[in-house]
Design a protein around this ligand. Structure first.
Ligand code: HEC
Length: 143
């Protein structure tokens, strides 16, 4: 799936869903993080092969950009967006694997919200709203 089809699907999934509970939304993101991200970013977001996630909201003030980064990974981002990423124009050094064919759009939005809330100090409800999970249904994550 190309990034445009993916982002369109994300918008459609989010738009087609009703309200959901904050706890289950972030719990979905937490389990995605543990299964798919912690090996490189650390079990507490402290970093490892990948950078610490303490400043992820400084890197990506917009959750949409964070979602796109996660979907594309380093190589895809370079192709679609260029040699730097984030508000501070960090160099894309490589090594972040694209998640577009691994996770579904809801899982990516949920893990982005989880990272912002848990490692970057954004209040949970705000992180959920920033990543537009507040219009999504928790059943989608439970699938
Ligand atoms: C194989 C190791 C690896 C895995 C697995 C991985 N990442 Fe990464 N991640 C990286 C590396 C390396 C970078 C820096 C990439 C670069 O410079 O091109 C990065 C960068 C990031 C950033 C930017 C952080 C910042 O402030 O600069 C975010 C956000 C991120 N990853 C989220 C995730 C999420 C969410 C997952 C799981 C779905 C994940 N990563 C899985 C290695 C990984």
């Amino acid at each position: 799936m190309g990034i445009r089809a993916f982002l369109l699907l994300l918008v459609l999934v989010l738009a087609s869903c009703g309200g959901g509970g904050n706890d289950s939304l972030l719990a979905g993101g937490k389990s995605v993080y543990a299964d798919t991200c912690s090996v490189c970013h650390g079990t507490a977001g402290e970093g490892g092969v990948g950078p610490s996630l303490d400043d992820v909201t400084a890197t990506f003030p917009s959750c949409d950009d964070q979602i796109e980064w996660i979907a594309l990974g380093s190589d895809g981002w370079k192709t679609e967006r260029g040699d730097t990423y984030g508000a501070s124009a960090k160099p894309v050094n490589g090594g972040m694997p694209a998640q577009i064919d691994i996770l579904d759009p809801m899982e990516i939005a949920a893990v982005a919200a989880f990272e912002r809330a848990t490692y970057s100090g954004v209040p949970e409800a705000e992180a959920i709203a920033q990543c537009r999970l507040d219009v999504a249904e928790d059943e989608v994550l439970a699938e």
